[in-house]
Design a protein around this ligand. Structure first.
Ligand SMILES: NC(=O)c1ccc[n+]([C@@H]2O[C@H](COP(=O)([O-])OP(=O)(O)OC[C@H]3O[C@@H](n4cnc5c(N)ncnc54)[C@H](O)[C@@H]3O)[C@@H](O)[C@H]2O)c1
Length: 420
């Protein structure tokens, strides 16, 4: 039988996947967000990942559940955030499973791509599929887990050229799922079990979180000593096996969220991870550390924080990406405002309305910038900020705090350019 693919959840992960599958199979993109579907039907991807959606002939978009009932492969790419207590919120996964369960037919395959903790797919999702379908797993239908590694805004690593982990509930299903992905991407890695695939995804981001937490902690130590961390790292990186990581804000919905999924499942087994939790603690401390360091720099430059006009650059969670979810720069903004600064945020990439709705903050485009500033805080270094004429807009005693150390030091006097 020719595959008919349903992608459930058309966000940063689901849309690229739907487009890739539609090059080979009839593909049906389903999302509960009607505006997202209407936009996509009009060729608009508000996430800014694609400009040519209308050119994909085998791709249909709908918010009607009936549109996907005849598919035989269901791929679930819905959000897996944490709640306010940092506990995994798998409600989207469970809801999507229930919907898919109701339309399951004999020999259908359900593949989960959403990031989750090991055991979630088999212990939480599969029973819902069975109950809703009244079919039996591994006899009537099959499941798999294939975590996503997509990195929005990354010009090098794209869905098609990364290695994708695959897995399945039986050996045959796993091979079938692996073959399915091989038809759209260059490399796959068939993991021995669904739990191994789930765990591999969770630790990839937890490892990154910890590595960044280490350099962030170094920043705090070296700040006490009056040593520049970037200079220390530059020197240390001359050793062949020193791992290069940069200090900075760790936000978004992956690196700053996935470690909590691991912590959760460890807690269920009565083990309380120290290392993973410490990394989270340090990284969550950074907005406050950066804001306080900035205030000290204002004092050093004899600028009164009360009413100081600050240009805060970048409003997404990482550079050259529009995604504002869990962007830590808003915590920096809030703390600077608490100190009495007059903070103006600039970012031409993000959706202004989305930020206003989510954070009640007006963000301007960089070409709207006007007048003279006491200081600039380059928090999220989108390309548009790299060649900006900072000196034109800076007071004589002003300065630039370049968190990630991306500006060319040769262009600035040492007394006005600071790094973490
Ligand atoms: N964005 C990334 O860089 C990235 C990378 C790797 C893994 N992931 C993981 O992939 C998953 C999806 O992330 P994302 O960034 O694409 O999220 P997203 O918020 O951009 O998209 C998710 C979409 O799912 C839709 N949705 C929610 N419930 C639904 C339902 N029941 N049925 C149909 N649609 C539904 C939402 O309306 C939304 O459009 C998460 O688990 C995330 O952790 C994301």
């Amino acid at each position: 039988m020719e595959n008919k693919i349903a992608i459930i959840g058309l966000g940063y992960v689901g849309l690229p996947l739907a487009i890739a599958f539609s090059r080979v199979y009839q593909t049906f993109g389903f999302d509960v967000n009607q505006k997202r579907i209407n936009d996509l039907k009009n060729g608009i991807d508000s996430n800014g990942q694609f400009k040519d959606i209308n050119t994909h002939k085998n791709l249909n978009f709908s918010y009607e559940e009936s549109s996907i009932k005849d598919c035989n492969i269901y791929i679930i790419t819905v959000p897996t955030p944490v709640d306010i207590y940092k506990k995994p919120d798998i409600s989207y996964l469970l809801k999507a499973s229930e919907m898919v369960g109701k339309m399951l037919k004999k020999d259908d395959i359900v593949i989960y791509e959403s990031t989750t903790y090991p055991t979630c797919t088999n212990k939480e999702c599969a029973p819902i599929l069975q109950q809703a379908s009244q079919l039996q797993l591994n006899k009537d239908f099959f499941i798999g887990y294939s975590p996503e590694r997509i990195n929005p805004g990354d010009p090098i690593y794209k869905l098609e050229n990364i290695t994708k982990i695959t897995s399945g509930s039986t050996k045959e299903a796993a091979v079938k799922i692996d073959k399915l992905y091989k038809s759209i991407i260059n490399n796959t890695y068939l993991a021995p079990s669904i739990e191994i695939a789930e765990a591999a995804k969770a630790i990839e981001n937890a490892q990154r979180d910890l590595n960044i937490a280490f350099v962030n902690e170094l920043c705090i130590i070296f700040d006490h000593l009056g040593i520049n961390t970037h200079e220390v790292l530059k020197a240390a990186e001359t050793k062949w096996n020193f791992l290069p990581f940069n200090p900075g804000l760790v936000g978004g919905h992956c690196i700053s969220v996935d470690p909590y999924y691991l912590v959760h499942i460890a807690n269920v087994y009565d083990y309380h991870p120290r290392v993973i939790s410490s990394g989270r603690f340090i990284n969550d401390l950074m907005p406050s550390f950066i804001a306080q360091k900035f205030i000290k720099l204002l004092a050093k430059h004899k600028i009164n924080p009360l009413g100081a006009r600050i240009g805060l650059f970048g409003a997404s969670f990482k550079e050259n990406c529009k995604d504002i979810r869990n962007a830590k720069v808003f915590e920096v903004e809030s703390e600077l405002k608490d100190f009495g600064c007059q903070v103006e945020m600039y970012d031409s990439l993000i959706c202004k309305q989305e930020v206003e709705k989510e954070y009640k903050i007006v963000v301007k485009r960089l070409d709207e910038i006007d007048g003279i500033f006491d200081a600039f805080l380059l928090a999220i270094p989108h390309n548009e900020f790299l060649n900006f004429n900072y000196l034109k807009y800076l007071k004589n005693n002003g300065f630039i705090f370049d968190i990630k150390g991306v500006l060319d030091t040769n262009h600035f006097n040492k007394k006005i350019l600071y790094r973490l």
